[in-house]
Design a protein around this ligand. Structure first.
Ligand code: FE2
Ligand code: FE2
Length: 173
């Protein structure tokens, strides 16, 4: 039986991950931004490292956008909030562009001159999109979906785990 006393002797467990959907998505954005910086600072000849970073970026973005499109965006759309509808429509178009860029990049050799140029465009697009989500969409969601945030976050977390383990992230390109 786990009473308070015995808990003191347990080894330190990591803090349970937050189910705040905004926090989850913002963390994902930060992670991808970090990967973009690593890509930029990897030397021109660090092909293997750059490929590794690029692959991680693609997978992260695919899982992230799947969760947004399957759960987060529909929640805002279903709220009936007019501003929310507009914001989601724009976000979906931006995702479409990002997916297109990822699929083109996957078909290119990293050593191809086009790769760096296209990866830069991907970086700029994703950073612009993430910035808009953080400054416009997330405050709107916090406003109109205040009561549902925990439930939303829990569903997103479960789906993220599924996508990570099933490797759907890579197949979804
Ligand atoms: Fe997004
Ligand atoms: Fe996002």
């Amino acid at each position: 039986m786990a009473d308070k006393k015995s808990k003191q002797f347990q080894s330190k467990k990591p803090e349970p991950e937050s189910t705040d959907p905004i926090e989850m998505l913002t963390k994902d954005h930060d992670k991808v931004k970090q990967l973009f910086r690593e890509y930029e600072s990897a030397g021109d000849r660090a092909h293997d490292r750059k490929q590794e970073i690029a692959d991680e970026v693609f997978t992260e973005l695919e899982i992230h956008s799947a969760i947004e499109e399957e759960i987060f965006y529909p929640a805002l759309q279903d709220s009936g909030d007019e501003e929310g509808q507009k914001i989601v429509a724009e976000a979906i178009e931006e995702h479409r562009l990002v997916k297109q860029l990822i699929s083109e990049l996957r078909g290119l050799d990293l050593q191809d001159q086009q790769f760096d140029a296209k990866f830069k465009v991907l970086t700029e697009n994703v950073e612009h999109h993430a910035e808009e989500e953080e400054s416009e969409m997330f405050p709107e969601v916090e406003d109109v979906l205040e009561e549902e945030l925990d439930e939303l976050g829990a569903r997103m977390k479960t789906r993220k785990e599924e996508l990570k383990t099933s490797g759907l992230g890579e197949a979804a390109a």
